[in-house]
Design a protein around this ligand. Structure first.
Ligand SMILES: Cc1cc2nc3c(=O)[nH]c(=O)nc-3n(C[C@H](O)[C@H](O)[C@H](O)COP(=O)(O)OP(=O)(O)OC[C@H]3O[C@@H](n4cnc5c(N)ncnc54)[C@H](O)[C@@H]3O)c2cc1C
Length: 494
């Protein structure tokens, strides 16, 4: 069986995707029968011979607890998650994925799939089951003349941004470059240019997917069209995506972007500006807004502005925002887009600890503004964040893609996020505060974003609205036993 050793020193634990690796072909790896967990949470035993056979069938490494690299591979973004899979399959190709899924299906084993590891609830790492780790599958190929990108299923957003930018192209990707492209796209995919080009899922034109029966399929609007529709927002319910094909757009490598920050005394005016104008701004302008506390300034409302249109028109587009009050700072300037896409990477680095509540806001009313100002806590770990929707995102109709939320003004999030290990009391206090604040803010929301809330499975069916029945039909066809269940789960009915 192949085993792997990782060099962790330069990166620190928890930055799984970028770790350099080398193979060790061990002649003898003493494997014994292993206790494991079934998909329904029951106990099972994996026989040593079957584990060895799976390891031998794979090009990538199969890791067990105690193996070099095991702890590194099981670490996900949210440092509060600490789970131990029975096996970790570090896949290097679709064949590895197929062998791993078949192994799990035949034993009714609990399965998780890890892309970038950003699921805040830690859906990509399972306790006692089989973790399918896609992070070694991360090549990107740009077809310049066709205007498309083909990204492996373990690619991070930054991989695509960088390769596309080299050729003056871009497609919508997330605002932190180490987010997994598959996870983000399958659930929707907001980004700094989504108002201009649509969401990541809107630009997904094809995919390769290994369905739970182990079969590799190509999907597009022509092949397996129902599955293609479902992958555009239905999450990881239908199989493991081994490649994604995106539509790209000619995009200047430089955008006009930065922060306009208002002191708390101007918070209401700033948020009212967002309420009144957020829905009808030019598609080229994206404004994400955060209420947070800065070390020197205290509580602020900060707009992250990105203008991806003609630079000569940026000042005119930004003038209404700048006229809101007296910003305490304005850092807007011409910056390389792909570099700007990495600006949050360090403050959101792997191993950070986060508790969050979130949902969509359709009507950004003065009452919501008042509540946000009243609820907001002066703490360096606390924030209320709005990720803007609208523009091209909202010009699709809810049934066009599985992702149905085409009326949202923005997605509201409330969180505590901290770097240091907390005491149990501190953790509980932070979680309780977010829940308390959410109890006041939730009434202003409609539905929720499955990529940020993959726990609320009781409401998943209403959340997808009229699309849910079609999603269930696709689920019944491709995953009738619900092998792919660690997600915002669509339950099969067969
Ligand atoms: C710091 C941070 C920044 C974020 N920024 C944005 C943003 O800008 N825009 C936005 O829309 N969302 C954003 N999100 C939310 C993000 O889209 C989701 O957390 C997404 O699910 C992350 O995907 P991942 O591959 O990194 O995570 P993982 O935890 O690896 O996976 C998340 C889910 O996707 C599944 N999955 C992953 N890869 C595959 C695959 N190849 N095939 C099938 N299923 C797969 C997993 O099984 C799991 O259910 C952010 C989250 C974080 C923590």
């Amino acid at each position: 069986m192949k085993r792997r050793e990782f060099c962790l020193s330069a990166l620190g634990a928890g930055v799984a995707a970028a770790a350099p690796a080398r193979y060790i072909f061990a002649d003898s790896h003493s494997i014994t029968d292993l206790p494991a967990v079934t998909s329904a949470g029951g106990e099972t035993t994996l026989e040593a011979a079957a584990i060895t056979e799976l390891g031998d069938s794979m090009r990538g490494a199969l890791l067990l607890s105690g193996d070099d690299g095991y702890d590194h591979a099981r670490a996900v973004w949210n440092g509060m998650i600490d789970r131990n899979p029975a096996l970790i399959a570090r896949c290097e190709g679709a064949a590895d994925v197929s062998h791993a899924l078949t192994f799990a299906r035949e034993r009714d084993l609990l399965v998780s799939v890890r892309g970038g590891g950003h699921s805040i609830s830690g859906k990509s790492v399972c306790e006692g089951g089989l973790m399918i780790d896609m992070s070694d599958m991360n090549s990107v190929r740009i077809d310049q003349s066709g205007g498309t990108a083909r990204a492996d299923g373990g690619c991070l957003e930054g991989h695509i941004d960088r390769e596309a930018a080299l050729l003056g192209l871009a497609t919508t990707g997330g605002i932190v470059s180490h987010t997994g492209a598959a996870g983000l796209t399958l659930g929707g995919g907001f980004g700094r240019i989504c108002r201009k080009y649509g969401m990541a899922c809107d630009n997904l034109i094809g995919a390769d997917i290994v369905t739970p029966n182990g079969q590799l399929r190509h999907v597009s609007d022509e092949d397996n069209a129902d599955l293609m529709w479902a992958l555009r927002g239905g999450g990881s319910n239908f199989g493991v995506v081994t490649a994604l094909e995106y539509r790209l757009y000619p995009q200047s490598t430089t955008v006009v972007a930065g922060d306009v920050v208002f002191a708390w005394k101007d918070a209401r005016d700033a948020l009212m500006f967002y309420a009144e104008h957020g829905a009808d701004m030019p598609d080229e302008l994206n404004l994400n807004v955060i209420a947070r506390t800065l070390p020197d300034t205290g509580p602020v409302v900060a707009f992250e502005a990105v203008w991806c249109g003609d630079p000569a028109k940026a000042d005119a587009a930004l003038a209404p925002l700048r006229a809101v009050g007296n910003p305490v700072s304005d850092t807007i300037a011409a910056v390389p887009y792909a570099k700007f896409q990495t600006r949050g990477d360090n403050s959101n680095r792997h191993g950070i600890r986060m508790y969050m509540k979130s949902s969509f806001v359709n009507d950004f009313t003065p009452e919501l503004v008042d509540e946000v100002i009243d609820v907001h806590r002066e703490s360096p770990t606390y924030a209320i964040f709005f990720m803007q929707s609208g523009g091209a995102v909202n010009r699709r109709s809810p049934g066009d893609t599985a992702y149905p939320y085409r009326s949202a003004h923005s997605n509201m999030m409330v969180w505590h996020q901290w770097h240091d290990m907390e005491s149990p009391d501190e953790r509980e206090a932070r979680i309780a505060q977010v829940r308390e604040d959410w109890a006041r803010l939730q009434k202003f929301t409609h539905g929720f974003y499955v990529n940020l809330n993959d726990e609320d499975t009781a409401r998943t069916h209403t959340n997808y609205g009229a699309n849910y029945e079609r999603l269930v039909r696709v689920k019944n066809q491709y995953d009738p036993t619900n092998l792919m269940r660690l997600n915002a789960n669509i339950k099969p009915t067969v």
